[in-house]
Design a protein around this ligand. Structure first.
Ligand SMILES: Cc1ncc(COP(=O)(O)O)c(C=O)c1O
Length: 364
């Protein structure tokens, strides 16, 4: 079949290996621990599970394309207007809608730092956009270089804070500088805060919500991480009514399914679950830091639910050896970090099993 050359060149997204796949491949019968995709190790809120059960009999109906009740509740919770909100089939879909809506001309350039969330690159390549990658300085965004790279063709700038896979954050004043430097009529600044609920629990994470009041800014958040609903695919954007209106014109009418809408609505009211998830993450993080310290492993201080660490051994080797032991994490070799891996912070038990196996693999 004929495809354009840019489609031929694409490489499909490689996510964390699914548990079932590893079981099949290695014939592992026992427990498999997946700490590879920054999912919530406590699972979803019980209230969300109840909501999923109660909506099961209604899935013969199409979902409400406007997400009316969810929008109402979230607007109330965030203190924004309904017109400021848009929902997507995961925040991934919103990334795609942003490209389809705002980066439509051949000469359009997409600007992001690297390593950062790979979907900016993958989706951008799938739309055959010019991708301008600014290397991280150390493990942080190089805001001066990013600002220098802005030009008349820059259509979308992606800022990811906390940044996946480093866990580092961007200072609010630096984000404001990027907004200031970008043309309000031409350039959309996307602030991807997928790990917001974890980050805001840290004393020095600055609230960014009000930045949506800038006419060329959209903030993305998701129910996939702290809310524990990754399998249902639902995320949201907060932006000016005009940006939301444009995105809505391009959005497929029933993009967020009925189960996801009900579950997210219930999850929003379960503050206790979020509190427990964030606390579990904090305790797990302290434990992993202290074990890494004892093992002489260096790591980057994280504001999210994952840690980037340096095994000082070939990352692919460490990854494969852990896989054989039923533990799935992520090698960062593909990002140019040849000896680094990213591990999602799990439950106490999962973290302990991970550390025990890591010690075996590294012989420490
Ligand atoms: C930075 C970042 N943005 C967006 C996403 C996508 O989340 P969703 O499940 O809402 O599509 C992820 C998922 O890993 C992420 O790490």
């Amino acid at each position: 079949m004929f495809v354009e050359e840019y489609i031929e060149r694409l490489k499909p997204y490689e996510g964390g290996k699914p548990i079932e796949e590893l079981k099949r491949q290695l014939g592992i019968k026992g427990e498999i621990i997946k700490l590879a995709s920054n999912e919530n190790p406590l699972g979803p809120s019980r209230r969300a599970v109840e909501a999923i059960r109660s909506v099961a009999e209604s899935v013969n109906f199409y979902p409400d394309g406007d997400c009316y009740y969810l929008k109402e509740r979230l607007a109330d919770k965030l203190g924004v207007s309904r017109d400021n909100l848009i929902f997507g089939n995961g925040s991934d879909e919103l990334l795609e809608l942003i490209f389809r809506t705002f980066a439509t001309r051949d000469e359009d350039e997409i600007l992001y730092c690297y390593p950062s969330f790979v979907e900016y690159k993958i989706i951008g390549s799938s739309f055959n956009k010019r991708l301008v990658e600014i290397p991280l300085k150390g493990f942080e965004y190089d805001i001066d270089a990013l600002i220098d790279a802005i030009n008349g063709n820059t259509r979308v700038i992606f800022l990811n804070t906390p940044n996946n896979p480093t866990g580092t954050i961007i200072k609010r004043s630096d984000i404001e500088r990027v907004i200031e430097a970008s043309d309000k009529d031409k350039t959309l600044v996307v602030i991807d805060e997928a790990y917001y609920e974890y980050a805001i629990a840290e004393d020095d994470y600055e609230e960014l919500l009000d930045l949506y009041k800038n006419d060329n800014v959209i903030i993305l958040r998701t129910f996939s991480k702290a809310y524990g609903l990754a399998g249902l695919r639902i995320g949201y954007g907060i932006a000016s009514p005009q940006i939301v209106d444009y995105l809505n014109r391009v959005r497929p009418p029933f993009n967020v399914n009925i189960v996801a809408q009900h579950a997210a609505l219930a999850a929003l009211d379960d503050d206790e679950h979020i509190k427990r998830s964030v606390e579990t993450n904090r305790i797990g993080k302290e434990y992993l830091y202290s074990e890494f310290d004892r093992m002489g492993i260096t790591y980057i201080k994280t504001y999210a639910n994952f840690i980037l660490f340096d095994a000082k051994r070939d990352a692919s080797y460490v990854y494969e050896e852990l896989l054989k032991r039923g533990i799935i994490i992520r090698s960062m070799a593909g990002y140019g970090y040849k000896t680094m891996l990213r591990v999602t912070i799990g439950t106490k038990r999962q973290n302990e099993i991970f550390i025990k196996n890591l010690k075996e693999v590294l012989n420490v």
